[in-house]
Write a protein that binds this ligand. Structure first.
Ligand SMILES: Nc1ncnc2c1ncn2[C@@H]1O[C@H](COP(=O)(O)OP(=O)(O)OP(=O)(O)O)[C@@H](O)[C@H]1O
Ligand code: SF4
Ligand SMILES: [Mg+2]
Length: 336
């Protein structure tokens, strides 16, 4: 059988971001020098994102979502493969060009408090990227800062400008992080679990805010989450990740209404029944732990947990991407 070959899934319109055969492996060394192996955090991922499109990457903890995000941001160098932004390969960018690229891609992290420098007030936090990118005029900076605070609904600005991160609630801190991501007028935002550390009461507010800004500014939004139930209103397409790979992709409604991959089906089953008595049973459907990315299973990586695994096939050969429904891709031998 042939090696797994990821297909390129094309979004609507001109691609802003093209990712092909991306691998981000982390070398693991004992005592700092003895090579143990490589953690294959991202292991053969290809996709394209259109301008103005909102997509979600979903998968369990440790499947490589943040490693993918950080590679897209140019914070990890790919082990193999390529990231192209507006037609240019990140690998070919010089240090200054990479800095300019980072201005075009805003980053919203999971932990807003950890993301904000504790000894700077909001005014300084938002001024810093402008100064670094050469906005010398103080009045101009001030106008931009006030406009962006207004956009993230931290108003009146006077109230928030002198505050330090510890003086803000978690939701307000995340609004400052979003404001900082927006201040350089990016074309794309990568939001890595933007609400998972916030109180349930403010999660929807922050997600609605991100979606509102994305549509208003026609931004490309890559929204990373482990919670499949939260994506319906915030993304147009979903990429389901498992053990460093994308195993299923489709439009959000199509994927949630007609999940094709057994892993996605098990994720959905786990959230389908909110009844506490059934929660344990439902969560047992995927069974066991996600695999080690140091030694991923041969064949389909999901086979040790899959209720439909076929001996002699799934544990031997990696499934390619099939298209069981129009525009709906799933890497599973059941569709052969
Ligand atoms: N800098 C690093 N060095 C070595 N291993 C790393 C590094 N960053 C991530 N990993 C490993 O890569 C794998 C994927 O991690 P990653 O943080 O990308 O997963 P994730 O899907 O974002 O998980 P979570 O939902 O918990 O945030 C994990 O096994 C992790 O331990
Ligand atoms: S390829 Fe086999 S093991 Fe993998 S998800 Fe499909 S049926 Fe399950
Ligand atoms: Mg993560």
């Amino acid at each position: 059988m042939s090696e797994w070959q990821p297909v390129t899934i094309v979004g609507h319109g001109e691609p802003l971001l093209s990712v092909s055969d991306l691998h981000t492996w982390f070398e693991l060394r004992q005592w700092g020098f003895l090579r143990v192996g490589a953690v294959r955090a991202v292991d053969g991922v290809s996709f394209e994102l259109a301008r103005g499109e909102s997509v979600a990457f979903v998968g369990e903890s440790g499947c490589g979502k943040s490693s993918l995000a950080r590679t897209l941001l140019g914070l990890h160098r790919p082990t193999r493969g390529e990231v192209r932004f507006a037609g240019r390969s990140l690998g070919g960018l010089k240090a200054r060009e990479l800095q300019a690229y980072r201005a075009k891609v805003g980053y919203v992290q999971q932990d807003p408090f950890g993301a904000l420098p504790p000894f700077l007030d909001v005014r300084r936090i938002l001024a810093e990227p402008l100064i670094v990118h050469g906005v010398k005029d103080r009045a101009q900076r001030d106008r931009r800062i006030r406009a962006v605070l207004d956009e993230v609904r931290l108003s009146p600005a006077e109230e928030f400008l002198p505050k330090f991160p510890h003086m803000l609630s978690g939701g307000q801190q995340q609004r400052v992080v979003i404001a900082r991501a927006l201040i350089l007028e990016p074309a794309m935002i990568i939001a890595d679990e933007p609400v998972s550390m916030l109180d349930a009461s403010v999660r929807v507010e922050i997600l609605n805010l991100l979606r509102h800004i994305q549509t208003q500014r026609e931004l490309t939004l890559a929204f990373i989450t482990h919670d499949l139930s939260s994506v319906r209103h915030y993304a147009e397409r979903i990429f389901v990740m498992y053990a460093g790979r994308v195993v299923e992709t489709a439009g959000v409604k199509e994927l949630l209404d007609h999940p094709q991959h057994p892993y996605t089906q098990s994720l959905l089953a786990a959230i389908a029944d909110p009844d506490a008595a059934n929660a344990t049973k439902q969560r047992e459907i995927p069974g066991g732990e996600p695999p080690s990315l140091l030694h991923p299973p041969k064949g389909c990586r999901f086979h040790p947990r899959c209720p439909h695994a076929m001996a002699g096939l799934c544990d031997v050969d990696e499934p390619p991407d099939f298209e069981p429904r129009r525009g709906h891709y799933s890497a599973c031998w059941l569709h052969r």
